[in-house]
Design a protein around this ligand. Structure first.
Ligand code: ATP
Ligand code: MG
Length: 422
């Protein structure tokens, strides 16, 4: 019978003394005179394999190039000094695909190579333990987000990535040629999730969004992924609560399921608390800021330092600082909010304007022509409950949970001002 492959994570006391077939990448070779070590890696872990003298593999092992793909047959043996407590004594070894000389090292010490070069070779870079840890955690973030909202009766919707006009106005869009028409890449699923929420009540989505802003910062990408919700019969306070709860749920899941990854990244993650401040209260806490100013990143950082391991919700923003589609609360303030965590904005949202007359007034106030927004306004003419929603940046949240200092570390194949490949 054909021997079944064993995954490295399954090498434990139950396998002691047993024959196994392993497949993976050659992470490192230690060429000693008396014995040869081949450190083998697969998706699930790393194990030390050993070529003993006077075996047919003893001379072959040192000749194998790093990162070659190999198949190893051998016997599991207890060894207190080995990283997993077990090693595998090689009986037979086959090179399945030989690697050429590597353009960047994938050993952990190689992490000091400049980020740009690492991103040029991301397909190799992601073989490093720390890099894999980031994307394993990111995968858990999305999983937990889906799990949380699905179990709370939300449905996942798929909004279009190509749109005919700006959803919001403001941000720069990437134009695309769409047959005879001009179209754009969507900078947010906003309008579409609103249209879904006024019919289906509770919706969420995860999708890439595109922003053609020429910024070049450690917090901005030109293509990022957004986790969004939109909820009917809810106001801004209700949806801030949803965010507090989903982030706490996500962090708990990451702590529970990604222990090794957090250890590899040297991150001591805590489930965050939440604090709710009005814009006015937040401004008063910051020197040099006055009512009506927008938050710069330095302000976000200072505020976050005052509340470690806390999500800071800032609400009741002045009307001049929030877009036309955010519901006014009174003459002065809106029902919009921002959420800050670990030194930066991770989300914006609020209650939307669902009354066509107010939308038209708000558009005129911002010197926009309601005629240009006819398609948007008309969606709310046929029985639209009040509704609220937010968008949470996936890469930004990944940065927060993994303690990364550049958003490009939290994106497998980043698109920024200068980068379009790989
Ligand atoms: P910022 O002020 O930090 O540039 P924003 O207010 O322009 O962000 P929103 O339009 O509120 O961003 O988008 C919702 C969320 O999506 C943000 O809070 C952030 O988490 C994420 N996000 C927005 N723009 C980017 C970007 N260029 N790159 C990565 N994530 C982004
Ligand atoms: Mg924002």
């Amino acid at each position: 019978m054909k021997m079944q492959r064993t995954c490295i994570k399954d090498i434990d006391e139950k396998k002691d003394g047993k024959d196994v077939l392993l497949k993976g990448w050659v992470q490192d070779i230690r060429n000693l005179s008396s014995v040869k070590f081949l450190i083998l890696r697969d998706y699930s872990g790393v194990v030390q394999t050993v070529a003993k003298p006077k075996t047919k593999v003893f001379d072959a092992v040192p000749k194998i190039s790093i990162e070659s793909v190999v198949e190893i047959k051998g016997k599991v043996k207890k060894n207190k000094e080995a990283r997993k407590g077990y090693e595998v004594i090689i009986d037979d070894l086959k090179v399945l695909n030989e690697a050429e000389t590597l353009p960047i090292t994938v050993l952990e010490k190689g992490i000091n190579i400049g980020l740009s070069k690492r991103l040029d070779y991301r397909f190799l870079d992601m073989r490093k333990e720390k890099v894999r840890a980031v994307f394993r955690i990111q995968s858990e973030i999305i999983n937990a987000f889906r799990e949380f909202f699905t179990k709370n009766d939300f449905i996942e919707i798929q909004a279009p990535g190509i749109i005919s006009t700006a959803t919001e106005g403001g941000t720069d869009l990437f134009p695309v040629k769409y047959f005879e028409k001009n179209a754009y890449l969507a900078q947010s699923p906003q309008l579409y999730k609103q249209m879904a929420a006024i019919s289906l009540e509770r919706v969420f989505s995860t999708m890439p969004v595109w922003r053609a802003e020429k910024h070049n910062t450690v917090r901005h990408l030109n293509e990022s992924r957004q986790m969004d919700i939109e909820v009917a019969f809810a106001d801004e306070i209700d949806i801030m609560k949803w965010m507090e709860e989903v982030i706490q749920f996500i962090v708990k899941k990451v702590i529970e399921k990604c222990k090794d990854e957090l250890k590899a990244l040297n991150v001591n993650l805590k489930v965050p608390k939440a604090v709710y401040l009005t814009y006015e209260e937040a401004v008063k806490k910051l020197k040099g800021m006055k009512y009506g100013d927008d938050f710069e990143n330095e302000h976000e950082k200072k505020l976050c330092e005052m509340y470690p391991d806390t999500i800071i919700f800032i609400y009741e923003w002045p009307r001049s600082l929030k877009p036309f589609y955010i519901m006014p609360k009174d003459d002065k303030v809106t029902r919009g909010f921002d959420a800050l965590y670990k030194g930066m904005e991770i989300s914006s949202g609020g209650q939307r304007v669902h009354i066509p007359k107010i939308l038209e007034e708000q558009l005129r106030k911002q010197n926009l022509n309601p005629k240009d927004f006819e398609y948007y306004i008309s969606a709310f003419k046929y029985g639209a409950p009040k509704h609220s929603g937010w968008g949470l940046g996936l890469e930004r949240l990944t940065m927060c949970l993994c303690n990364l200092d550049n958003i490009r570390e939290a994106c497998m194949f980043p698109r920024d001002r200068d980068r379009l490949v790989p």
